[in-house]
Each structure stands twice: as C-alpha cells, then as structure tokens.
Design a protein around this ligand. Structure first.
Ligand code: ADP
Ligand code: ADP
Ligand code: ZN
Length: 216
C-alpha cells in the first residue's frame, strides 16, 4: 500500500505517518527528515539547504525528486511507503506520476489533512522531537510519559526545529498557499483525493485514516 499524506505545516503528517509505520509496516519517506539529515551531515549542499529551510522556502524540485526516487527504489519499501511532505509543488506531483509509472507502481490513497491556520501556529510553536530516534512530541498535546525521557528510546535530549519560530512559520504558510495548495485540485481532478478533518485528537484523525485505508 502506497500513500500520500498532504497538508500544511503542522497538520499532523509526521505524527500520523509514524502511526501508519507502526500499524502497517510501511516506510515513511519524509523529504523534510531527509533534508535535515543532509544538513546535519555538514556537507556542502547541506549549507545551502539549511539557508533555504531557515527562510521557510522550498528546496529545488529536481533535487527533491531525485531524492525520493532513490528512496522508493530501496528494498525496505516492499510493504509500501507513505510520502510525508512530498509532493509539495505541481512540478513534483507530475514528476511523481511519471516516476511511478516508470517503476510500475501506483498510489493507493492521497489523504489531505484539513486544519485551520490558528491551530497550525499552536502546533508548530509547541513541537519538539527526540534527538536520537526523531519521534515527535508537543508541549501541550503530547509530552513524554516520564518527564525528560523519550518514550520510544529513553534518550534525554530533545530538539526544536529552527524553522518553527513564528517568522519562519509565516513564510512556510505562504509557500504552502502559493506552491503546495495547487496540487490539491491536481489530485481531486484525478478522483483520488480524500480529505479529512485534521483538527481532532491524534487518535480521532488516525481512526479516519484507517477507515479510508480499510475501504480500499
Ligand atoms: P507535520 O508533519 O504536518 O508538520 P506534525 O505531525 O509534526 O506535523 O505535528 C505538529 C505538532 O503538533 C507536533 O508537535 C505534534 O505532536 C502535534 N500534533 C500532531 N497532531 C496533533 C493532533 N491531532 N492534536 C494535537 N496535536 C497534534
Ligand atoms: P512541515 O511539514 O512541518 O512543513 P517538513 O519537515 O516537511 O515540514 O519540511 C521542512 C522544510 O524542508 C520545508 O519548509 C522546505 O524548506 C523543505 N522541504 C521539505 N519537503 C520539501 C519538498 N517536497 N520540496 C521542497 N522543499 C521541501
Ligand atoms: Zn527517542
């Protein structure tokens, strides 16, 4: 089963993808995570990537498409994959279509998480994650069970993303409205888009995703 999970920054794409990985053994392909790993590696393209991300702008399409293509080809995607944060432009959506037909693969579901902008700001300003395993948390909605200790791996260091500060969030929302939102009609015209309310609890949203997945 191959899925795309769409939605603005902070919609819950990463959170829901994590749950899909645990439940269905899918591989999560997050372009944001891949780019952050590249920045962390200290390579030269990483410096340029960091500048783009800190401005809240998008990394060039050709680089992103090549990155995803390489990941889809890995044997670990045999049970399927979930695209989180990709495609993010109509150029990427078209390139994905071409890439999938070339690889004789298809998307089973394209799921859009719909959330209000005020919720986005609240979610991003409280977001943090484990520095070891990357699992996501939130100051108000999801703290570790034991204070200061990751539920999944026990690590005691956490990270906040530099692009989750309010100025950068504004640019990211603009990039979403101008460059990413236009892919919604691209998928609805194909008749594959399913939109769900992303404003409930994590479990409520996950139940809705499961209904879609179970329905075919
Ligand atoms: P995205 O990957 O779409 O940017 P995340 O999954 O990282 O979004 O979620 C952003 C923040 O909001 C995280 O801190 C996460 O723990 C929290 N969060 C995600 N889904 C919900 C929800 N349904 N209710 C409350 N908080 C949520
Ligand atoms: P979120 O879903 O919370 O907005 P991501 O982790 O998906 O965050 O993305 C963080 C940043 O990485 C984006 O603001 C952008 O600069 C870059 N990025 C991630 N995915 C893409 C993509 N598909 N195309 C271009 N840039 C991307
Ligand atoms: Zn951890």
């Amino acid at each position: 089963m191959n899925l795309i999970i769409l939605g603005p920054p902070g919609a819950g794409k990463g959170t829901q993808s994590e749950k899909m990985v645990e439940t269905f053994g899918l591989v999560q392909l997050s372009t944001g995570d891949m780019l952050r790993a590249e920045v962390k590696s200290g390579s030269e393209p990483g410096d340029e990537t960091k500048n783009i991300m800190d401005l809240g702008e998008l990394v060039p399409d050709d680089r992103i498409v090549a990155m995803i293509s390489k990941q889809i080809d890995k044997p670990s995607t045999v049970k399927g994959f979930i695209l989180d944060g990709f495609p993010r432009t109509t150029v990427q959506a078209r390139a994905l279509d071409a890439m999938l037909s070339e690889k004789s693969l298809k998307m089973d579901h394209v799921i859009q998480l719909v959330v209000d902008e005020n919720v986005i700001v609240e979610r991003l300003s409280g977001r943090f994650s484990c520095s070891e395993c990357g699992v996501g948390y939130h100051d108000s909605f999801k703290n570790p069970v034991e204070d200061g200790k990751c539920d999944k791996c026990g690590a005691q260091e956490f990270l906040r993303r530099s692009d989750d500060k309010p100025e950068t969030v504004r640019s990211r929302l603009l990039a979403y409205r101008e460059q990413t939102a236009p892919i919604i009609p691209f998928y609805s015209d194909k008749g594959v888009l399913q939109s769900i309310d992303g404003m409930g609890t994590v479990e409520e949203v996950f139940d809705k995703i499961n209904e879609i997945v179970a329905g075919g």
